[in-house]
Ligand binder design. Sequence first.
Ligand SMILES: NC(=O)c1ccc[n+]([C@@H]2O[C@H](COP(=O)([O-])OP(=O)(O)OC[C@H]3O[C@@H](n4cnc5c(N)ncnc54)[C@H](O)[C@@H]3O)[C@@H](O)[C@H]2O)c1
Length: 267
Amino acid sequence: MSDFADGFAGKVALVTGGASGIGLATAKKLRGAGATVVVADVDEARGKSESEAIGAEFARLDVSDSAQWKEVVSGVVQRHGGLDIAFLNAGVTTFPATGEEFMSMFDISEVTDAAYRRIVGVNVDGVVLGTRAVASVIAAQGGGAIVATASAAGVIAFAPDAVYTMTKHAVVGFVRAMGPSLAEQNITINAVLPGAVDTNILAPGFAEQARDMGVAMIDASEIADGVINAIRQGTTSQLWLCLANQAPFAYEFAPVEGLGITSGPEA
Ligand SMILES: NC(=O)c1ccc[n+]([C@@H]2O[C@H](COP(=O)([O-])OP(=O)(O)OC[C@H]3O[C@@H](n4cnc5c(N)ncnc54)[C@H](O)[C@@H]3O)[C@@H](O)[C@H]2O)c1
């Protein structure tokens, strides 16, 4: 497996959703560790200013659009000679964060076609199309690492957003199943599964209310540490739960006996 034991100097990393929150915190750490970082986001204004502030490059990318993926990845290769790391992190919730209601019941009748396509496009297509776009390019470097941001909602039933829960379960299944084939190209693929992180994805006031209710909020920089850890481990198809006040740990599903095939990432 590709070796990042010596750090990230000379490595090229692409971070989707890098204009804010977990993506930005990770872009900052990778940059600080010597990598050339390309922040990719739909939010051009924030993406440009934040990238400039941390010494990263900005590329406008809607992760749900395969044509844009091709363009952005080929631009990275042209400018930097290749790609070693992809952090597929961009994500949204089903409903925009308004702060009107705290953890209200999920009403499926309120989910418009557009809202449904949007969240599946960003959270699921963004990871699948992203992996497809970067895999051969990372392989051409002799290998590297892909990390996707799932969520604790990728392994628990988060009732306030059932569609979000579905998309994050999809990311978990994809990461687990892609490991063996990408390993043939010396590429690791892992997921980080954060608990509640204080970022712009949350409704205004959510973090305070959550803290008042005893929910342990995590700083985005701690998830960034989890991403770096996932890259440096050199293992693949692992689900790194990143919860408050503890080091990231690899979540494991119970084995399914009686199928006749191995059900885990070691399949
Ligand atoms: N904050 C949390 O509590 C939490 C918990 C678990 C998982 N996550 C996941 O972490 C990831 C990052 O979220 P965050 O909390 O940092 O939120 P954030 O809102 O701060 O950042 C998300 C970024 O993704 C970008 N984005 C949205 N749609 C995009 C698209 N189509 N193409 C490219 N970029 C797009 C946004 O512009 C934004 O910059 C998401 O996948 C989210 O689901 C967040």
